[in-house]
Design a protein around this ligand. Structure first.
Ligand code: NG1
Length: 483
């Protein structure tokens, strides 16, 4: 059984040697890319509203070797997974860039990273830094890379295993081509590149995961803002355990799941545009695009005035597309074409019940305030009140954004009754994990209650099969080289 980082390194070396014996393996570097757990601020990053996650000590570790030929070869340490290989030339040959593997294939996260980076270049004489990447320069990607990786991040669990792979692959190509990425500014710029990269797989996601993975620090939570992108560290050194428990409901990014996620993103975009229209018509305020733009600094209106304006914009009944179009002064065809398309160009299926603009807007608006309040509470060390906000956040995810599931509701209920100060789903939802804050003295009893009441009584799992579903995580260092 693999235990220490040294063991992992040794195993990665061994697998790379077995797969590609002629590569200069000794010149390789080790890169680690962590998963993340979002403490609060769920489903609001794609509205450009701030979020408050931690990078965690579950991570992907990879051995990366630069190769002079312009190709990418990647393998999982586990030989049961097939390795992948593609050429960088494909990007230049085809107008659409790299051709994805079939939907759901892990290789698409590698291609997502590479495809995005290849759209940038450096100008003659510029320092090889992420912050200098732009379009229209000379070539910069002379080398490809070979990579073998292994992961301890649970998959389809809402802990960003996929974004960790995207970030890792980005770092691999940067390392192979000597492009620096280690300063704060470079990492922020890279987080934004990785956010766009991930759209390649088809989710209209926000930038929380990539930023958390890149900006994470030991013993710190991170408040990430997107307007513009920024990261502020918040010391997280309380006498409290951050406990992750998997609901055992997997939430893989299938087409169905992507549609469910993207529906929220579309609903929020449309809701934001409707508020923007009102601000334009009534107050002559321009340039509002996302809900996250509706701020005192961007509108010149006080928060209380904004709160009053948005209270009566939406009715609770879902909206059909023609009503939305008329509110936006557009034709239904324009709304469909601009906002309701999947990445592959097909029409996003209109929900029969209509778009729930009131409910989604309500969730985002209130969750955003909860994030701001949480930042203050964490700075003051008021973990108890922060816990109650986590509970409120879960209720809002369940009732308004509708991204929970019965198992997660039950799990978080049991966690609260077992002594958690706060408990909520974390990540995209629809399954996956819950995060709870538990006092160290209560941890043993808390774990017992979950094992017995949730995993045993409700999920019919015996102890041996349940124990690995509960684990404590620690705020950890972001992605980068490890020695
Ligand atoms: P996960 O749980 O990693 O699928 C997704 C989005 C985030 C964010 C959360 C919900 C991607 C890559 N990730 O996270 O941006 O919107 O859901 O808060 O799309």
């Amino acid at each position: 059984m693999i235990k220490t980082t040294e063991d992992i390194k040794e195993a990665l070396h061994g697998r790379m040697r077995a797969l590609w014996p002629s590569l200069p393996i000794r010149s390789g570097v080790f890169i680690s890319s962590p998963g993340r757990v979002n403490l609060i601020g769920e489903h609001i990053d794609y509205n450009n509203c701030p979020v408050l996650p931690i990078a965690v000590d579950k991570r992907i570790v990879a051995l990366v070797v630069a190769i002079p030929e312009r190709s990418v070869k990647v393998a999982d340490l586990d030989p049961r997974y097939e390795s992948i290989e593609f050429s960088l030339e494909e990007y230049e040959r085809l107008p659409e860039g790299l051709v994805p593997f079939k939907t759901g294939h892990w290789g698409n996260y590698i291609k997502a990273a590479v495809n995005e980076l290849l759209s940038y270049s450096l100008k003659e004489g510029q320092e090889r830094s992420v912050t200098n990447l732009s379009t229209g320069g000379d070539h910069v990607w002379e080398c490809g890379f070979a990579m073998v990786f292994t992961s301890t991040i649970p998959q389809a669990a809402g802990m960003s295993s996929s974004s960790a792979l995207v970030v890792l692959s980005t770092l691999a190509l940067l390392e192979a081509n000597d492009v620096s990425y280690s300063s704060f500014e470079q990492r922020l710029a890279l987080a934004d590149i990785c956010r766009r990269a991930e759209w390649y797989v088809g989710t209209k996601g926000g930038g929380m995961d990539q930023a958390a993975i890149l900006m994470g620090k030991n013993r710190n939570a991170i408040k990430i803002s997107f307007n513009p992108i920024d990261a502020v560290l918040i010391p997280f050194e309380y006498d409290i355990a951050v406990v992750v428990a998997h609901s055992t409901v997997e939430a893989p990014k299938t087409r169905e799941m992507m549609d469910a996620y993207n529906r929220r993103s579309i609903e929020c975009t449309l809701a934001g545009l409707i508020v923007a229209k009102i601000l334009q018509n009534r107050y002559d305020i321009e340039h509002i695009r996302y809900i996250g733009d509706i701020t005192p600094s961007k509108t010149g209106l006080e928060q209380s005035v904004l709160d009053a304006i948005v209270t009566d914009v939406f009715h609770e009944e879902p909206y059909q597309i023609d009503e939305i179009a008329s509110l936006l002064d557009m034709s239904t065809d324009q709304v469909n074409r601009r906002y309701c398309k999947r990445k592959d160009g097909t029409q996003f299926p209109m929900p029969i019940e209509g778009f729930k603009l009131y409910q989604r807007f309500y969730h985002v608006w209130k969750e955003w305030r909860r994030v701001e309040r949480s930042e203050q509470l964490l700075i003051q060390g008021d973990i108890e009140t922060f816990g109650t906000l986590m509970n409120d956040s879960h209720a809002s995810c369940r009732d308004y954004h509708e991204v929970s599931c019965p198992e997660l509701d039950m799990l978080t209920d049991i966690a609260r009754s077992a002594g958690a100060l706060g408990s909520r789903l974390t990540g995209a939802g629809f399954g996956g994990c819950a995060v709870s804050l538990v006092r160290p003295n209560d941890l043993a009893a808390f774990t017992e209650t979950l094992l017995h009441d949730y995993y045993g009584r409700n999920m019919r799992l015996d102890r041996a099969n349940a124990e690995h579903h509960i684990f404590v995580v620690h705020p950890s260092q972001g992605a980068g080289r490890i020695e």
